[in-house]
Write a protein that binds this ligand. Sequence first.
Ligand code: FDA
Length: 416
Amino acid sequence: MSSSSQVPSQIFDAIIIGAGAAGLFCAARAGQQGLKVLLIDHASKVAEKIRISGGGRCNFTNRDLDVRAPHKHFVGQNPQFCRSALSRFTPADFIALMDKHGIAHHEKHKGQLFADRSAEDIIAMLLAECSAGGVQHWQPCQVKKITFSASTPDESSANSYQIETDRGLVEARNLVIATGGLSIPKIGATDFGYRLAQQFDLPLIERAPGLVPMTFDGDGWQPYAGLSGLALPVEISTGSKKERVAFHEDLLFTHRGLSGPAVLQISSYWKPGTPLQVNLLPGVDLLEVLTQAKLNSRKLVANELAAHLPARLADAWVSRMPELQRPINEASDKALTKLAEQLSRWEITPTGTEGYKKAEVTLGGVDTKVLSQQTMECKIQPGLYFIGEVVDITGWLGGYNFQWAWASAAACAQAM
Ligand code: FDA
């Protein structure tokens, strides 16, 4: 990399690009350690994703995180990579920070913690922590070019990054990339981090939308197209027998397909062209239930089914099967067996996903092979760090992605 010919207007100890969850937290910690920190974002508002997360209350961490087994809650080529950072900055550490700022919070479902009042309280807390560390903020501010000088004639700028922005040229020995993933471009997501990685010849793992609703089309989807808004608890799974992944969560029918926590979770494991298996009645032996009903009831099959499933779904299902459009005592054993099998193993192949405009996260990113798991520093490019979602580490739904942002930020700040 060549050095820039312009004279830097200011020299910092660390420049952090991206004032989202990871960037703000890293800036605050580094500033409080005594470093002179500049935080740059191209958007006029910081932390837009925190603002819209968790329905406006930000699911900021998860108590169930098992730091000894990160593969349970994180996806990537090497989920073990996040173990060191996650064990040094835990959910309890972030909860302690919330408590220090008097931000009330509550647990909802499966260890998920939310702010009682608003995600804005968490943003205000992070900004207050940045102020306490004397962090300078530049936003909106466009980064035009980044160069690295391995050596300079007087050595004063050796091993430094020169960052050309629309507010002037700045320099630092530590450059932290916290520009996140590609999801929700309309609130400022860009591919900046990936492009910068390519500039320094760092390998990338292919990106794809994660935690995303799935779409279905064609005649096969017709019977379900009218079920939009309907939700029910299911067991959903994907993958071959050996590497099968399953979730017990709620599924939601949408205009274009399926969503809800069950589908968002499984979407991070789904491979295009492969099917999903859905048990619409987990924990119920439907064949036994239907066999008993056949002996004791004269209700229509759809009405019997509606005792266990939402009525609209029961109707839609039975409407495809003429042999079941009758009282249950007149239905054949064969037809009832087929019905029970179908509902406990509904196999459907998504056409695709709703893409980055609806995805909560981006799978893939900077390959963890080139990063230090202790510091997030690039092994082949001194002083260059990647933190948060830009790295090939993706958490489950439920506060895991923010915990990764906090923990990777803390590990990086400690190292600078
Ligand atoms: P983040 O996206 O937060 O920040 C990146 C920053 O970089 C942004 O401020 C952006 O403007 C800036 N930037 C981008 N390009 C730039 C450029 N070229 N120049 C300068 N700046 C640039 N997770 C969770 O754990 N619990 C939850 O409740 C939710 N809920 C949720 C809802 C929705 C709708 C979405 C989209 C996502 C979530 N998430 C979540 C995921 C979570 O928001 C996400 O994983 C973290 O915000 C990632 O933090 P980062 O700091 O890495 O990126």
